[in-house]
Design a protein around this ligand. Structure first.
Ligand code: ZN
Length: 107
């Protein structure tokens, strides 16, 4: 895990605890200095999910087979696309995690 600036330093933020969260290296790299991303449904630019001010279950859920994150909102969909949360590598990893009982995460 790495420490991510929710609002990037490049956007004028600070390293205050309210602006920091843990992210896996991969997500942090794909997020980079982004603040928003296009919603794949509307094309509108939507602020990325903020883990301090938003609840995961309001914006995301798991597909029935547990392999893919599904966006419930424009924010969820934009974040999934920006962070590539359903790319082939992650879907293959989740398939293995399901087989050994590690996925999907418990509530
Ligand atoms: Zn991640």
């Amino acid at each position: 895990m790495v420490v991510d600036h929710i609002i990037p330093l490049a956007a004028g933020s600070a390293s205050d605890i309210e602006n920091l969260c843990l992210a896996c290296y991969r997500c942090n790299e794909f997020k980079s200095a982004r603040l928003d991303a296009p919603d794949p449904v509307s094309g509108d630019m939507i602020p990325l999910f903020n883990p301090h001010t938003q609840a995961w279950h309001d914006h995301f859920t798991w597909s029935e087979d547990g392999l893919r994150v599904v966006g419930r909102t424009a924010c969820g969909r934009a974040t999934i696309e920006a962070l590539r949360l359903n790319d082939d590598w992650l879907v293959r990893a989740r398939r293995i995690w399901i087989l050994v009982g590690l996925h999907p995460p418990l509530e």
